[in-house]
Design a protein around this ligand. Structure first.
Ligand SMILES: [Zn+2]
Length: 53
């Protein structure tokens, strides 16, 4: 069994965008990952939609 650091506070979605090669992927502190995008602006909008939803 592995122990994981799981935040037990209120739901918090801290999103960031990570560049992977020629793509950009939105990531969230909750573990969510968006699809690979060619433009960071698209990855950011993915993150915004996730955080809002
Ligand atoms: Zn999230």
């Amino acid at each position: 069994m592995e122990q994981q650091d799981i935040a037990t506070g209120p739901e918090e979605h801290r999103t960031t965008t990570v560049e992977q090669g020629r793509f950009c992927v939105a990531r969230c502190s909750c573990g969510w990952r968006g699809p690979a995008r060619r433009a960071r602006s698209l990855a950011r909008s993915d993150a915004e939609v996730h955080g809002a939803g």
